[in-house]
Design a binder for this molecule. Structure first.
Ligand SMILES: Nc1ncnc2c1ncn2[C@@H]1O[C@H](COP(=O)(O)OP(=O)(O)O)[C@@H](O)[C@H]1O
Ligand SMILES: CC(C)(COP(=O)(O)O)[C@@H](O)C(=O)NCCC(=O)O
Length: 254
């Protein structure tokens, strides 16, 4: 059995290859203090191989690699490809394909495996928020491109560090905010929704009516706002791990 790892800028997500639908999250926040939890996960089963993707620092990734290898387990970090050839083909339109975040690439593969042969807007609300456009063309799927913006927490924290008086905001969305906390929370939610809405409009202007798939650590908190604007949107928490599972299968067959 293999272990799948998605090492993001805030959290490490992992699942076993026989059950990629049951992800576990270990928040690291950029520090090395989560190693005990990872060690416990590695002790759970005799893993043959770890397939992962990372977008966090090289330093942290190297430490994670060493920890896994100390169990005698081989680690393969998978990058974005020019083209994924598995149960379907996905073509990467990035000018330099490997520059695309490997989490975004594998999230797209995961999303297509759930919702095959149709246009998708893949939204990941994590440390950053990414809004990626995918559509079918000539029997293949195309990763056409996407948008990157600061995520909810980064937006909130940048107001605290970049202004003299604004507080670390917490609270609920309101149509007409009448206090600072609510004004910030509402502004940030609207910024994120606006970004997603723009991605949707652009897809529509190119003749697509995409299904919106939402993932990422902030997905549950964000979904109610999104459902109001896009009632048909779907929340899937494990897109990256699902994509890694498919990729690992196709690598093993290669
Ligand atoms: N319990 C939690 N711990 C950490 N982040 C959380 C938690 N609940 C929600 N979040 C949100 O999820 C984001 C991290 O999501 P995740 O998809 O794991 O990010 P990344 O892939 O960038 O590591 C945080 O920035 C925060 O907005
Ligand atoms: C955009 C990201 C920072 C998102 O990372 P995350 O929020 O999942 O930690 C990551 O996918 C990344 O570093 N991408 C490389 C640049 C790109 O995709 O164009």
């Amino acid at each position: 059995m293999n272990l799948l790892i998605d090492l993001g800028n805030t959290a490490l997500k992992w699942a076993t290859s026989d059950d990629p639908e049951s992800p576990h999250t270990i928040v690291h926040g950029g520090s090395h203090h989560f190693f005990e939890k990872l060690r416990n996960a590695l002790k759970e089963k005799p893993f043959a191989h770890v397939y992962g993707c990372y977008v966090t620092s090289r330093d942290l990734t190297l430490s994670v690699t060493r920890l896994i290898e100390s169990f005698g387990i081989k680690v393969t970090w998978l990058k974005a490809q020019d083209c994924f050839n598995g149960p379907f083909s996905l073509v990467n339109s990035y000018k330099t394909p490997v520059q695309l975040g490997s989490d975004r690439w594998h999230a797209a593969i995961g999303a297509i495996s759930f919702l095959p042969s149709q246009p998708l807007l893949v939204v990941h609300v994590g440390t950053a928020t990414t809004v990626d456009c995918v559509f079918p063309k000539d029997g293949k799927m195309i990763f056409a491109g996407g948008r990157i913006a600061p995520g909810v927490v980064l937006m909130r924290d940048s107001l605290v560090t970049g202004t003299a008086t604004l507080p670390k905001a917490d609270g609920d969305y309101e149509d007409f905010p009448t206090d600072t906390m609510t004004a910030i929370v509402t502004g940030i939610v609207d910024s994120q929704l606006g970004l997603i809405e723009r991605g949707m409009r652009v897809m529509q202007s190119h003749g697509f009516e995409p299904t919106l798939v939402l993932a990422g650590g902030a997905a549950s908190r964000f979904a109610p706002y999104l459902k109001k604007e896009f009632p048909k949107s779907i929340v899937k928490h494990n897109l990256v791990l699902r994509g890694l599972a498919l990729r690992a299968e196709s690598e093993m067959l290669a």
